[in-house]
Design a protein around this ligand. Structure first.
Ligand SMILES: [Zn+2]
Length: 234
């Protein structure tokens, strides 16, 4: 039986410090999962992987399915297999949705993969714009276009990460949205679900590769990037 683990091709700290190019092909990423999120080389949009398909959601609002030779500096994946499944009926606001989701996570100290499917009365997302190396992520975050959709069916895919792992991954809930017609999506800012089901996978094993690029090897990681990450990802 295959062991459940969450896989990172690099720590999120590298992205926060402006290392946006690692030339890691998704052929490598897919050895570790069929579900997850991340970004693309040159920070060219938000990535969501569902059932092994990789979607690129760029800052112009477009969604494109890309092939496995596409390159990423940061991706986080697992082979998704829900341990628990729950449904939430009726319209709930974003705060209530988050509270409900967190009530399904019995401990704050392990990872969870989370897949939400259903109907949304409203969804607000954003996408990172293509950016050259070394511009800190927190500065890029100030210029991210946002998109809003009403009455839309789609999937939220992502993870819960323990707070003490903020150099590895975005702490707390981190979800990317993609519509059922694969035409809209991005990094979730807020949503108002109206009839959803959620699958949660409990993960207590972590595998991470460290890049061997000169940018990564020479980067000074002494700075505490937790505040920057919080600002960039919220
Ligand atoms: Zn994101």
């Amino acid at each position: 039986m295959k062991e459940d683990y969450i896989y990172f091709c690099s720590p999120i700290n590298a992205l926060v410090e402006g290392i946006y190019e690692e030339k890691i092909p998704f052929t490598d990423i897919k050895k570790h999962g069929d579900f997850g999120l991340g970004t693309f080389d040159h920070l060219d949009g938000e990535m969501v992987m569902i059932d092994g398909n990789i979607y690129q959601m760029t800052a112009d609002g477009k969604v494109t399915q890309v092939d496995e030779n596409t390159l990423t500096p940061f991706s986080c994946v697992t082979f998704f297999k829900a341990l628990t499944e729950d449904t939430l009926d009726g319209v709930v606001n974003h705060q209530a949705f988050l509270a409900w989701l967190e009530s399904l996570l019995p401990s704050r100290n392990i990872f969870y993969a989370i897949r939400v499917e259903g109907h949304f009365e409203h969804v607000k997302v954003r996408s990172v714009p293509k950016t050259e190396n070394y511009k800190p992520l927190v500065e890029v975050a100030e210029t991210q276009p946002e998109f809003e959709f009403s009455n839309i069916k789609g999937t939220l895919a992502g993870f819960y990460t323990p707070s003490y792992l903020s150099s590895v991954s975005v702490p707390g809930l981190h979800l990317h949205f993609i519509s059922d017609d694969f035409e809209h999506g991005g990094h979730l800012i807020s949503c108002r679900p109206n009839g959803i089901k959620v699958g949660v996978q409990f993960i207590h094993s972590l595998k991470m590769d460290l890049p061997m690029s000169l940018d990564y090897l020479n980067c000074d990681f002494k700075r505490d990037t937790a505040k920057d990450l919080d600002k960039a990802e919220k």
